[in-house]
Ligand binder design. Structure first.
Ligand code: TRP
Ligand code: ZN
Length: 882
């Protein structure tokens, strides 16, 4: 149990440790319930530190079994041990000394999945952010870097495999039925990057030769029998290693790189030095069991964790406030990698959709916080979309402002200057200021000010002067703890189009700074005047989404239609369609709420169908264009007093109109895009499947019945098509025989594959409507449900709460009560998972008052419960205060 719940940690209070840790020598004697950990630590007192200052070591739920000073048992008077702290007094003034700490821990009983735990008979660890202190007393903070030796002793038959960070030193038999292995990691690292894995696993092996000619052994460990499903992950790993050499000049630095897939994991994956540990969902794939989205996620996450080797491991964070230094930068790197491996424009559209659906929501609600927060109560709750995705966007803006050459120079300087260090955001930004000579102090507000900036745009064309003026005004909304904001440096890529859609050259400029195709908005209000513009142009602004802002720009529908048809920035073409659709959907929502019928939208539908039928465009883009704004997108745009049922009705109505008008086109696309060739997960093939499946959705709507989808289900030869057909059946024809038969068939066919059964749960959890709650209750009591497995909980409860607006927000509030009960139950086992589920209610205040009141009372009930974890307490109190 944590004892210091509710304590606030502040960035301003940072100071280095009193003692410097030189070496770590760990010995684990593994046992499912009684693992003995012996930790030998060599310290010396930091220069200038008070000679009487005690050594303080962090613990979490620990019991001390032995304590030695230079190999001699310590006098009990010299130290104090509680489950969360070990204080040792009367230590040498400057000479190095050795402390040996002995603890016994119970991996089997570790349901939090932090520290050393068991998953499917395997011993594994998760130490970020503060899991190492659940293994042994230690200075468990990221600025304590040391070199580790790890010895693992375990039963040989049950654990043929004994792994840790770094390079393998050797191993041998060790008494009766046991063996041991020793590992040495030459690179100094913080404790959060420590990892240990032991058990019996299958392996896929390969090698990679680095740029300088060193051969690296690559190993991916998975459950026996699943080796063929790790082939794609291995391929993605090799492509990541090559890309990082080519694009960032970063070579791998050990003899071996290992990945282990486990089935119980709180997050996606973890970048432990030389020994990444993954949620098996992001390793295992084959055409029969993984969708195109799964393949894309695997590629991105394998890359992300590998890229951490430099951005995170070689250069780590001084403290947890600097989390975006490794996460934002590494997400930027994995986004660029995927853009290079796939279609850059389609990848960007998907990123922006995700950013708006998650980060913009977080940034406008009670949990809003800066990319680099100034304080926290529970660090686990700051692994957020703001730190990750907005952090990535901030890095992208640095690249936009500096241009590719200077950005590369700044990155090189960062790697050079800070290798082996625990750095800060200031260190990072200074590298770019130094190589460019630019003052980035105003830009740095992006790290410290929360809230998504709003930018209002007006334009004016003066035909006689042949000049075009853009007036911009920015506003950063107040967020918790930050009522007043300063103007930010917002880089907006732009282009001017002629009435025929041709690109216009924008020559002389007056007003704010323009460099190349980037407008630099730096003041609260600023104008940019372009001379020599012969006819009234159409402005295409925030191309490629160069800045994560909300634009308020009432462009005429005809201008939007022109951009949608002709812009050479594909992102803006997609955005223009969205800008046409969202106001239409919001207006329809209002009509439905006042008892009227929704309007027809001929121009919008025509624009959508024009893109859909344009064979010169890549299919993946056409699929993106055809998938209308989601219900959550509409809710955000609607602005408050939200009725999810009306939004659902408005969206369904527009989908049906598109389906009817485009019936023949969709039928043609379904036939033309049905390939006879074998499945390949590449981006182009995935794009064709995405367009075909979008067409199938519209056909299902137009034809109102299960026939099409049932036929597609029967014909599917890969999981992308199969799960899509099942989703259409379940969501649009839930009570039909065809759907019941398909659900039963799917379950029986994949009963031995947990990751596919997760899909079966989540497809059913997202069936819209009031009945959803009953379905969730039934599924929760089904034998296949397992409240101890995070993937399964997220598949059922998470999908329901995050992705089923009409079901979750049913008007009587009954679903809020269910989620409250579940969160309280899960909190007892796994606080991190419970806190994450709780964030599904972060926008409750935006709901219409009846629902908002019911949601608030469910939250109040959680807040009032006894024995809440620090994780849940922190989130619920911020949600209720905001
Ligand atoms: N650092 C991991 C990443 O690559 C995130 C992570 C994995 C994590 N497991 C965790 C964070 C557990 C907190 C707790 O993004
Ligand atoms: Zn990461």
């Amino acid at each position: 149990m944590r004892t210091e719940t509710g304590q606030v940690i502040r960035l301003a209070d940072y100071h280095p440790t009193d003692f410097v840790l030189e070496r770590v020598d760990l010995t684990f004697e593994l046992d499912p319930t009684k693992t003995r950990v012996e930790s030998r630590l060599i310290f010396h007192r930091r220069e200038g530190v008070d000679k009487r200052a005690p050594l303080m070591l962090d613990g979490d739920d620990l019991a001390l079994d032995g304590l030695l000073f230079d190999q001699i048992e310590m006098d009990a008077a010299q130290y104090t041990a509680t489950p969360s702290l070990l204080v040792i007094r009367d230590l040498p003034e400057s000479a190095p000394f050795e402390i040996t700490v002995i603890t016994t821990i119970n991996p089997e009983a570790n349901t939090q999945l932090m520290g050393l735990y068991r998953s499917g008979g395997i011993y594994c660890t998760q130490c970020e952010a503060e899991g190492f202190r659940r293994i042994t007393y230690f200075p468990d903070r990221p600025d304590v870097l040391a070199i580790y030796t790890v010895n693992i002793i375990a039963d040989k038959a049950a654990n043929p495999l004994l792994l840790s960070n770094g390079n393998f030193l050797g191993g041998a038999g060790y008494g009766e039925g046991k063996h041991f292995a020793a590992w040495f990691d030459p690179h100094p690292k913080p404790s959060y990057l420590f990892a240990l894995v032991a058990g019996d696993l299958g392996v896929v092996e390969d090698t990679f030769t680095t740029l300088s000619g060193r051969e690296v052994a690559l190993k991916i460990y998975v459950e026996h029998g699943k080796e063929p499903r790790a082939a794609y992950a291995m391929d993605a790993l090799k492509r990541s290693m090559k890309w990082d050499e080519e694009v960032f000049g970063r070579e791998y630095d050990l003899d071996i790189f290992m990945i282990v897939a486990v089935s119980d994991f709180n997050m996606g994956a973890m970048e432990n030095k030389g020994l990444n540990i993954f949620n098996d969902k992001y390793v295992l794939a084959d055409p029969q069991t993984a969708t195109d989205a799964d393949y894309a996620n695997i590629e991105a996450i394998i890359a992300h964790e590998y890229f951490h080797n430099w951005t995170g491991n070689r250069i780590t964070c001084r403290d947890w406030f600097q989390l975006c230094l490794k996460e934002g930068l590494t997400v930027y790197r994995d986004h660029e990698f995927s853009a290079d491996q796939r279609s850059r424009a389609v990848k960007r559209i998907a990123e922006v959709r995700h950013l708006r659906a998650e980060q913009f929501v977080e940034d406008s609600g009670p949990l809003a916080h800066p990319v680099r927060p100034a304080s926290y109560r529970e660090i686990n709750n700051f692994y957020t979309t703001t730190v990750y995705e907005k952090g990535s966007e901030v890095t992208r803006m640095i690249a936009t402002i500096l241009g590719p050459k200077l950005f590369k120079k700044g990155m090189d300087l960062y790697f050079d200057r800070h290798d082996g260090e625990a750095a800060t955001v200031e260190d990072f930004v200074r590298c770019f200021a130094d190589v460019s000579g630019r003052d980035l102090s105003q830009f740095s507000l992006w790290y410290n000010q929360a809230g998504t900036p709003h930018v209002t745009v007006t334009t004016d064309y003066d035909a006689s002067a042949k000049s075009f003026r853009i007036d911009l005004e920015q506003m950063v909304p107040p967020t918790p703890g930050q009522p007043n904001k300063q103007p930010m440096h917002i880089p907006l890529r732009f282009g001017l189009l002629s009435a025929k859609g041709a690109s216009l050259k924008a020559s002389a400029v007056e007003g704010g700074e323009v460099s190349g195709d980037v407008l630099h908005l730096t003041e609260q209000k600023q104008s940019f005047v372009f001379k020599g513009i012969k006819s009234k142009p159409v402005l295409s602004l925030n191309r490629s989404f160069s800045a994560p802002v909300i634009l308020h720009f009432s462009q005429a529908d005809t201008d939007l239609a022109l951009i949608a048809r002709h812009d050479n920035d594909l992102f803006c073409r997609w955005q223009a369609l969205t800008d046409l659709a969202l106001p239409a959907l919001c207006a329809d929502t209002k009509r439905i709420l006042s008892g009227e019928t929704a309007a027809d939208h001929p121009a919008l539908i025509e624009a959508l169908l024009a893109i859909a039928s344009d064979d010169t465009l890549e299919p993946a883009f056409r699929a993106q264009a055809l998938s209308l704004p989601s219900e959550a997108d509409i809710a955000r745009d609607y602005g408050g007093n939200i009725d999810p049922d009306a939004i659902h009705a408005a969206r369904q109505n527009l989908l049906k109109s598109v389906a009817e008008k485009g019936h023949d086109l969709f039928a043609r696309l379904c036939t033309e895009l049905a390939t006879a060739t074998a499945y390949s997960p590449d981006a182009a093939s995935a794009g064709r499947r995405a367009l075909k499946n979008t067409a199938l959705l519209y056909l299902t709507l137009a034809e109102a019945g299960p026939a099409r989808a049932a036929e597609a289900y029967g014909k599917a030869d890969n999981m992308t098509d199969l799960s899509h057909a099942l989703t259409l059946l379940a969501h649009y024809c839930p009570e039909t025989e065809e759907t019941q038969a398909a659900l039963a068939n799917f379950e029986a066919r994949y009963s031995d594959n947990a990751l596919v059964i997760d899909k079966w749960f989540s497809i059913q959890a997202t069936i819209p409507g009031t009945d959803a709650l009953e379905r969730i209750r039934t599924l929760m009591h089904y034998t296949r449900y397992n409240a101890g497995n995070p993937n399964r909980v997220r598949a059922l409860i998470g999908s329901f709460a995050f992705s089923n607006p009409t079901g979750f927000h049913r008007a009587d509030g009954a679903a809020y009560d269910l989620i409250a009960d579940e969160i309280l139950a899960i909190d007892k086992r796994n606080p991190q998972l419970a806190a994450r589920l709780l964030t599904s209610m972060r926008s409750f205040a935006m709901l219409e008052s009846n629902r908002a009141t019911k949601a608030r009372s469910a939250l109040s009930r959680i807040a009032a419960a006894q024995g809440l974890s620090n994780d849940v307490q922190d989130i619920v109190s911020r949600m209720l205060a905001g």
